[in-house]
Design a protein around this ligand. Structure first.
Ligand code: ADP
Ligand code: MG
Length: 332
């Protein structure tokens, strides 16, 4: 059993989007199909950790994060935040949780309202969530900006006056302003120049420590996830296939998908680059998910059982879970 406090417990979460039916579908009475973006996912996020969520584009990372924040409805399953089941709360009941759970998006150009100054944006957040008395709001906004490495001069300016990296700092300031417990950062550095990425990652690390934050960090960039995470969760076609401490997951790569995905990470050493196998084929559609293990059509180790039976996550020690009948420890 893990002794740490669970901030978030996700149990059997499913988010399905109905596929638009054509006239022909209706006439031929074809059954309604669904994009199974999140398909029976269970895991915990512990207090004060940075959990990295990785997987190919389209595997359901953003959908999962929005469902945790109740920005999507789940068709099934439970989200427990700080001991409270928030799955069925209405908007009014969600308000205190909205404060505690913040989000930083990939694109700092579209996530900030171009018509509002940075100061007004921060003050609106502070007022809405009653963070401090009115007379302290100006000071509080300046202080938050200083925490993300920006001068208070920025308060008077509009988002368009800043670079991408500065805008992402402002987006982080907005999330931080309301004293959240939990932040989901969805590909927060993917749109930034490589030279700026490290600065933003370091800033998130510093803020995580200083504010005892819990962060779910979503990325498809393996070097980034390796740098920032305490634990790593690997997602494939709507499901978690492996989760564990960063070093365990990177070194053991128990699930064949994790192994192939991580081996495709560009190696800085050109001599080793050739050995790296890139993952073959495209992931199947989340509308028609293969039976059995959903990775079986792309898996080099697939057996008959894998085609018929769906493997569940099993603990192999040290809180390292893998969903595979034929997993192999690549560190030995
Ligand atoms: P990721 O963030 O891992 O790239 P997403 O969560 O954005 O993946 O998408 C997972 C799957 O769900 C994709 O097939 C995507 O097309 C689909 N999807 C996401 N949002 C919606 C939506 N609002 N309506 C219908 N399908 C969606
Ligand atoms: Mg996404």
């Amino acid at each position: 059993m893990d002794e740490r406090n669970k901030l978030i417990e996700i149990k059997n979460l499913k988010t399905y989007f109905p596929v638009k039916r054509t006239v022909i579908d209706a006439v031929t009475k074809k059954p309604q199909k669904y994009v199974k973006a999140v398909d029976d996912v269970s895991f915990n996020i512990y207090e004060n950790e940075i959990l990295g969520l990785v997987g190919e584009s389209g595997c359901g990372k953003s959908t999962l994060s929005k469902t945790i924040l109740r920005l999507n409805d789940s068709v099934e399953g439970t989200v427990i935040f700080n001991g409270q089941n928030i799955t069925n709360l209405n908007n009014r009941e969600m308000k205190p949780f909205r404060k505690d759970m913040q989000m930083v998006f990939q694109d700092p150009y579209s996530s900030l309202d171009p018509r509002v100054t940075v100061g007004d944006m921060l003050k609106t957040e502070l007022l809405y969530h009653n963070i401090c008395p009115k007379e302290e709001i100006e000071d509080k906004a300046s202080f938050i900006l200083s925490e993300v490495g920006m001068d208070k001069e920025a308060l008077k300016r509009y988002p368009s006056e800043f670079s991408g990296g500065q805008r992402q700092r402002i987006a982080i300031a907005r999330a931080l302003a309301v004293n959240p417990k939990f932040i989901i950062a969805d590909e927060p550095v993917s749109a930034l120049d490589v030279s700026i990425q490290a600065q933003i990652l370091n800033l998130l690390k510093v803020l995580q420590k200083g504010h005892n934050l819990t962060i779910l960090f979503i990325t498809h960039n393996l070097s980034v996830v390796r740098y920032i995470s305490d634990r790593i969760c690997v997602m494939y076609l709507g499901k978690i296939v492996e989760i564990g401490q960063k070093d365990d997951v990177f070194e053991k790569r128990l699930h064949p998908y994790t192994d192939i995905l991580f081996r495709s990470e560009p190696d800085l050493d050109p001599r080793r680059r050739e050995e790296k196998a890139l993952i073959e084929g495209n992931p199947p559609s989340p509308i028609d998910i293969p039976s059995g293990c959903r990775f079986n059509p792309r898996c080099p180790f697939a057996s008959e059982r894998c085609k018929n039976e769906e493997p569940q996550l099993e603990d192999v020690g040290n809180g390292h879970l893998v969903a595979c009948f034929n997993y192999r420890d690549k560190s030995i």
